[in-house]
Design a protein around this ligand. Structure first.
Ligand code: VNL
Length: 391
């Protein structure tokens, strides 16, 4: 009799324990964040993660009754790693969303996993136009290269730049930047005399810059991914390009806010087009900037941090709307059409393309209170990705 009671008790406690665990699992909402935390793109990983964590710190980790759990994985920006980590996060950790993606090849490697498992993938950094077409479960909070390149192509010929050499990293976003800058610049009457492509990994800009010097264009148009701008700027100065009268223009990836101060006065006067500057004059940005620097030992945020911050907002709002029910399809539906004020300005998620629509700013590097900033001097409002114009 006594023994039976004991066994029954054990069984009951065991059952309760198991269901208690199931309940706890049910009430957790997992975000699997894959980023390059080491290697050549480590600054991007650090910035995106800090943006994600800031949003979570400001908005709490309980949403619609669910405990939000962040799992961060380092892919070293090797796409085979990104793919394996995404697989593990989906199968073993049962994450509700995947996020991050420091470079285009990483995003493309994970797209089939998002599709097969119906797991939303929030692309917070990578920026090749075609990424959102690789899976219906992808939504993007960063930007696209066509989106930011066209504005500069319109600006240049009106500002004494008629002859340009382009220099881009030889992969998705670079090829997008080259194509969309060139087509629009030529349409506007400009001439691209040469198009140079440098390897993504460990680029040596010197031989390419020598070619540019010999070609003597009015300006060099550049796309290099976030983090690589300082090396390019240094070699540009060392070769005396600016003294030879060649101007440097590019997408804002080259004058990255977090590295800009280290580039020194060579960067002064460089004109770029992009969607975010820490100097953006709005109450939302002032609040973001202050909180970000406070939480990160005075590190300046860049556009990658904003991609992480806004991407986490998309997830939070979708979770609120769906009360955590309905899985990946419901979350996707709730992310489409979201409209809000970002630190970069007003944005919305195009329901058709799942890409972000945003203002693109023309900026010039200037010194203010001893620090270098990308100072916005013009804006093109509500720019859709021109890479999807044919749809
Ligand atoms: C990409 C595009 C990466 C823009 C970047 O920095 C960037 C990409 C790492 O799509 O790979 O600034």
């Amino acid at each position: 009799m006594q023994k039976r009671t004991f066994l029954q008790t054990v069984a009951t406690v065991g059952l309760l324990g198991a269901s208690g665990l199931a309940l706890a699992q049910d009430n957790v909402f997992k975000i699997g964040l894959i980023l390059p935390m080491t290697g050549q793109q480590a600054t991007t990983g650090r910035q995106v993660e800090a943006g994600v964590r800031l949003w979570m710190a400001q908005n709490g980790d309980t949403v619609a009754g669910k405990k939000v759990q962040l799992i961060v994985k380092d892919d070293g920006s090797v796409p085979a790693n990104t793919r394996r980590l995404a697989q593990e996060l989906v199968v073993n950790d049962k994450v509700n969303v995947l996020a991050g993606m420091g470079i285009t090849p990483s995003a493309l490697a994970v797209a089939p996993i998002a599709t097969q498992s119906k797991t939303p993938l929030i692309v917070m950094a990578a920026a090749t136009s075609s990424i959102t077409e690789a899976s219906p479960y992808i939504v993007r909070s960063s930007f696209t290269l066509p989106q930011v390149s066209v504005a500069l192509a319109d600006w240049a010929p009106k500002n004494g730049i008629k002859n340009v050499v382009t220099l881009v990293s030889d992969y998705g976003p670079g090829l997008d930047a080259e194509k969309f800058f060139k087509e629009r610049f030529q349409f506007d009457g400009g001439k691209v005399s040469e198009s140079l492509r440098v390897p993504l990994m460990n680029p040596d800009f010197a031989p390419f810059l020598q070619k540019v010097r010999d070609a003597k264009p009015d300006a060099l148009f550049v796309f290099v991914p976030s983090g690589a701008g300082a090396a390019l700027m240094k070699q540009f100065a060392e070769r005396g390009m600016d003294k030879a009268g060649i101007r440097l223009i590019g997408t804002g990836d080259v004058t990255d806010d977090d590295l800009l101060n280290d580039m020194g006065d060579t960067a002064l006067g460089v004109v770029t087009s992009h969607h975010y500057s820490v100097d953006h004059n709005s109450p939302a940005n002032k609040k973001f900037l202050e909180a970000f620097m406070k939480a990160n030992k005075n590190l300046r945020p860049n556009f990658m941090a904003v991609g992480g911050y806004d991407g986490t907002r998309l997830v939070y709002e979708a979770l609120k709307k769906t009360a955590g029910k309905g899985g990946g399809d419901a979350l996707m539906a709730a992310m489409k059409g979201q409209i809000f004020e970002s630190p970069r300005g007003p944005v919305f998620i195009d329901a058709q393309t799942r890409d972000i629509v945003q203002n693109v700013y023309l900026r010039k590097v200037e010194k203010k209170n001893g620090q270098l900033y990308n100072v916005e001097f013009d804006v093109i409002k509500d720019v859709k990705d021109p890479g999807k114009a044919k749809q």
